[in-house]
Ligand binder design. Structure first.
Ligand code: SAM
Length: 309
């Protein structure tokens, strides 16, 4: 029996063994034929003017909170509090970098004054609702300056992978470290290392957005030191079934690269294998013996060249 093979980004038919149709265009598209009804057509992805509304849906806080219901933020925050209280007793202020929709702040706000930084305005709006006394700022984690420091800075749920390259990893960790007060701590939950990343196992998440259901079917590939997640969303509303797709690229950093990024930022880091949800945790504190902006040792430089595109 002949099987058709599809581009994992846009579902165009491709030759056997291929994942990508090679098209440069925005791959956000739909399998569904555009409807003759202009209103339905507007909501169907791939019908020209809907590319931005598709982005809006994919980047919406509603989708984020619907899809990640498997995460136990309450338990993670209990673990985080135990860690913070042991690391930096008397902690009052926390900055959560790449804070998403503020799910951690929801459980931490009773105990600390917690602010957040994220690139996505829809997520920030949700975070402000969950934690009205927090200061939420739209900024790039690789380059931001809030002109103040915190007792603890966090960057959770593997958001650090967004840095993608080693140079940007150094920039992000240095930027976060600058926001940690002397004696404070920087806590980063990593993404997978190159050795841990085994692509090709598809997985499905299901959630509810408003009156509709959303299925997210994901596949993954590896390109050099990047993990690529190909997400396909099917959103069923009472009126329609819509299809969206998105490609997410996350850097795969080794433990040495992570440790070096902390050292580069003037911090000494230790690694906790279990962490909050089994992905491990880097815990950094300023080390007065380490000068910021060190020259990379040769073994790290080799890795940096490999990881930098
Ligand atoms: C996997 S989510 C983690 C969110 C949150 N920390 C959590 O635990 O739910 C990654 C987050 O990184 C944010 N993000 C992506 N690129 C960013 C950037 N350049 N600077 C700051 N945040 C970014 C996304 O908007 C998203 O909220």
């Amino acid at each position: 029996m002949a099987h058709k093979h599809f581009c994992l980004k846009c579902n165009a038919v491709v030759a056997e063994g291929n994942f990508d149709c090679g098209r440069d265009a925005d791959h956000t598209t739909s399998n569904f034929a555009p409807s003759a009804d202009p209103e339905k057509k507007r909501r169907q992805i791939g019908s020209g003017s809907s590319a931005s509304s598709s982005r809006m849906f994919i980047d919406s806080a509603e989708l984020y909170d619907a899809i990640y219901t498997f995460k136990n933020y309450a338990r993670e925050c209990d673990r985080l509090r135990n860690l913070i209280n042991a690391l930096v007793p008397g902690t009052r202020t926390i900055l959560d970098v790449a804070c998403g929709t503020g799910e951690h702040a929801k459980f931490l706000k009773e105990h600390y004054a917690i602010d957040g930084v994220d690139i996505n305005e829809s997520y920030l709006r949700a975070a402000r609702l969950k934690n009205p006394s927090g200061n939420y700022v739209r900024a790039d984690m690789m380059n931001f300056d809030l002109r103040r420091t915190y007792d603890v800075v966090t960057c959770l749920f593997s958001a650090i992978g967004i840095a993608k390259t080693f140079n940007r990893l150094e920039a992000a960790v240095t930027c976060m470290a600058r926001h940690v007060r002397p004696g404070g701590a920087l806590i980063i939950e990593p993404w997978f290392t190159p050795d841990q990343w085994h692509p090709t196992t598809p997985f499905i998440l299901v959630g509810e957005v408003g009156a509709g259901k959303v299925y997210r079917l994901s596949n993954s590939i590896k390109e050099g030191q990047l993990s690529i997640l190909l997400h396909h969303y099917l959103r069923a509303t009472p009126a329609n079934i819509e299809h969206y797709s998105a490609r997410i690229e996350l850097g795969l950093f080794t433990r040495d690269e992570m440790a070096w990024a902390f050292e580069f930022a003037g911090m000494e880091a230790r690694y906790d294998v279990e962490g909050l949800m089994g992905r491990g945790l880097y815990i950094g504190k300023h080390d007065t013996r380490i000068r910021c902006g060190l020259v990379r040792p040769a073994e790290v430089l080799g890795k940096a060249n490999r990881a930098t595109r």
